[in-house]
Design a protein around this ligand. Structure first.
Ligand SMILES: *Cc1c(COP(=O)(O)O)cnc(C)c1O
Length: 404
């Protein structure tokens, strides 16, 4: 066996919180006022500052900071009017908090096939719009892959179906220049450590709909202090909902908000840094015809915080040994085709709390799909080395195929 130097970096190591974030967090700790409504009369809470800053970044009227991305999705569905028993369409390639949010709203996910580009299959979407009568699509831009948003909007308009976007992997991304998260009636982001801004846990809900925003704010647990928010709708908008909306208690606190505000100013620069890393890995992997990388439409300004690729010629055993051999050389790759979910790779088949679905096309795509994180702590030369290790392991597998 030929040799290859192992990679020694960590796939789960994010960059440290910047000194400006640390200073802001220490100021919150010194104040003792960590709860978002615990403000002095002249003070704007850090949670409210974050809401104003993110609404401005998105070019939308309203932002609500909450406890997690999955929580934001739950109240987005409820505030958008999803009723218990409703069917909610969602693309089958997504993360478990997405079906979880649908179930939490009392509704039932109906999974839609994905294409080899890892985005929702519009033909299957149209079929399911026809057959299910669903009134909502929760579109998850899983791993940052965006469907043709113009086509999605057009199709949904024909059926009068409401779009809700899950932008956990598309914060900072755009479609034809328009921010991901500005297409839906309401959209949700996550600030969990592995997303694009990091507060450990956290979620952001955005919308232009004042009444929806009022309901979501009440649901998040605003008591009657909603006028202290960063981007509150006018007082009168709350009148219809203030006594009839349940409090699902999932606020963001000032400590987490304080470290997010300065990160937002770095987001666009970080998108460029992610994409420089993504481009190098992508270019290295394209050297072998064994690997298929999703081609990314010119309309898509993506955020390359992770990379996905398919190796269609591998058998199941070879796919498992590929992951194993990469891991031995320090390269952490996840495989969506495993029978059993490992770490973050669970698929719709392991969500037994939702109705069973048959999705042969999605199964085919996921069966040979590999996934790798690209933390910003990797240097550009790290990225080339990682790509070369993957090429090396695949060539070893190919050579051993040839030898028997
Ligand atoms: C992380 C993530 C979420 C939910 O985020 P949490 O903040 O962890 O609840 C939703 N959808 C996708 C695709 C994600 O990756």
């Amino acid at each position: 066996m030929t040799r290859c130097a192992p990679f020694t970096g960590s796939f789960t190591q994010q960059e440290p919180i910047g000194e400006d974030g640390i200073a802001a967090a220490i100021a919150v700790l010194r104040s003792g006022r960590l709860h978002r409504y615990n403000t002095r009369s002249t003070e704007t809470s850090e949670a409210s500052k974050l809401e104003s800053a993110f609404a401005r970044y998105m070019g939308l009227s309203y932002c609500l900071a909450c406890a997690s991305g999955g929580y934001a999705l739950h109240i987005a569905l409820c505030a958008a009017g999803v009723q218990p028993g409703d069917a909610v369409l969602t693309n089958a390639f997504t993360l478990a908090p997405v079906p979880g949010a649908i179930v939490n709203a009392g509704a039932s996910p109906v999974y839609v096939e994905i294409t080899p580009a890892l985005t929702i299959d519009l033909a299957d979407l149209e079929r399911k719009l026809d057959t299910t009568g669903a009134r909502f699509l929760l579109l998850s831009h899983m791993r940052g892959h965006m469907a043709d948003m113009d086509a999605v909007i057009h199709l949904l308009a024909d059926y009068d179906v409401t779009l809700i976007e899950d932008c956990a992997h598309t914060m900072g991304a755009r479609w034809n220049g328009r921010p991901s998260g500005s297409f839906g009636l309401v959209s949700c982001f996550s600030t969990q450590t592995y997303k694009h801004i990091n507060s450990g846990e956290g979620g952001l809900l955005v919308t232009n709909d004042a009444e929806l925003m009022a309901r979501a704010t009440l649901m998040s647990g605003s008591y009657m202090l909603y006028n202290r928010h960063g981007t509150p709708p006018e007082e009168g908008v709350f009148a219809a909902a203030r006594l009839t909306t349940p409090n699902f208690s999932g606020r963001m606190d000032n400590l987490r908000a304080s470290i997010l505000v300065p990160q937002l100013t770095q987001l666009d620069a970080n998108v460029d840094r992610w994409n420089a890393r993504y481009a190098l890995i992508d270019r290295t992997l394209r050297i072998t015809p064994m690997i298929e990388l999703p081609s990314r439409p010119v309309a898509e300004r993506y955020v390359g915080s992770s990379i996905q690729f398919r190796v269609p010629t591998l058998t199941d055993d070879e796919a498992a040994s590929f992951v194993e051999a990469c891991s031995t050389l320090g390269v952490e790759i996840k495989w969506f085709g495993r029978d059993e979910p490992v770490g973050f790779t669970s698929t719709y088949k392991s969500w037994l709390y939702t109705p069973p679905a048959t999705l042969p096309q999605t199964d085919r795509v996921l069966s040979r799909l590999f996934d790798m994180r690209i933390p910003l702590t990797f240097s550009l030369s790290d990225c080339i080395q990682i790509g070369e290790i993957i090429l090396f392991v695949l060539s070893e597998i190919r050579n051993s195929k040839g030898s028997h």
